[in-house]
Write a protein that binds this ligand. Structure first.
Ligand SMILES: C[S@@+](CC[C@H](N)C(=O)[O-])C[C@H]1O[C@@H](n2cnc3c(N)ncnc32)[C@H](O)[C@@H]1O
Length: 230
């Protein structure tokens, strides 16, 4: 079964806020930020958040299928496995939900990011993980207009280990257990029940936060955020 990518905007904002805030938080810590590269950036909006603290920064989105966006992002059609930038030339690289499209070439992708980052430059990685039973069940039963065939959610430990091989990892945090699918489920319940479904979802959000403080909870997380430095 294939379904359209329909999400509840209020729940999406709530659930993704912490992850979406990371580029702005990291860039605010950087004295110099001239160039941001958003690898597999799609619309380029994730990398663009980092420009908040450095409005003059140039943002380049490199993607196999580049799109036009109104937010001043420059697009390059190309592969994240062969980045068209000089060694040590980029201040910040964002990689949001791209690595799981190249699960057999993770080393190559991270090697490329390391090559183009200047010493002291940052990488932000955010990727879906393979340990969330609800997400895994949904992936088996339902395909969406947003997903490609070759993409595979990644094992948390493997991604973290690889990130540590290439970068000085400054933070790793995990997100979503029960809440993950709620922004997709709520728009599909009858309108009359939607308020209640949102309230239940907010409860799941708070529950997830508590569970994710423990190692057992983190093993069930659906998403990871890693911030590393060269
Ligand atoms: C799930 S989308 C994420 C898009 C965007 N980062 C976001 O978060 O909205 C994955 C993106 O990675 C791109 N992609 C997949 N493999 C790639 C590769 N080898 N090099 C560059 N981009 C790639 C796809 O074209 C797609 O736009």
């Amino acid at each position: 079964m294939e379904i359209d990518w329909t999400v509840d905007p209020e729940l999406t904002r709530l659930g993704w806020k912490d992850l979406n805030d990371v580029p702005a938080e990291v860039s605010a810590r950087m004295e110099t930020l001239n160039t941001i590269v958003d690898v597999g950036g799609g619309s380029g909006s994730f990398g663009a958040i980092a420009r908040k603290s450095h409005p003059e920064a140039r943002i380049i989105c490199i993607d196999l299928t580049p799109r036009i966006s109104p937010n001043g992002v420059q697009y390059i059609k190309g592969s994240g496995l062969e980045l068209p930038f000089k060694n040590s030339s980029i201040d910040l690289v964002t990689v949001h939900a791209m690595l799981h499209h190249v699960p057999d070439q993770l080393e190559m992708a991270l090697e490329e990011v390391k090559r183009i980052l200047r010493p002291g430059g940052y990488i932000i990685i955010q990727e879906p993980l393979d340990g969330n039973p609800l997400a895994n069940m949904a992936r088996k039963k339902v395909t969406t207009t947003h997903h490609d065939e070759g993409e595979i959610p990644l094992p948390s430990a493997k991604l973290e280990r690889l990130a540590r091989n290439y970068f000085q990892v400054e933070s790793v945090d995990h997100h979503f257990i029960y809440f993950y699918l709620m922004p997709h489920i709520v728009p599909r319940v009858p309108r009359i029940l939607r308020g209640a479904a949102r309230a239940v979802s907010r409860g799941f959000y708070r529950l997830d936060k508590r569970l994710l403080k423990k190692e057992r909870g983190r093993k069930r997380a659906a998403y990871i955020n890693i911030v590393g430095r060269k």
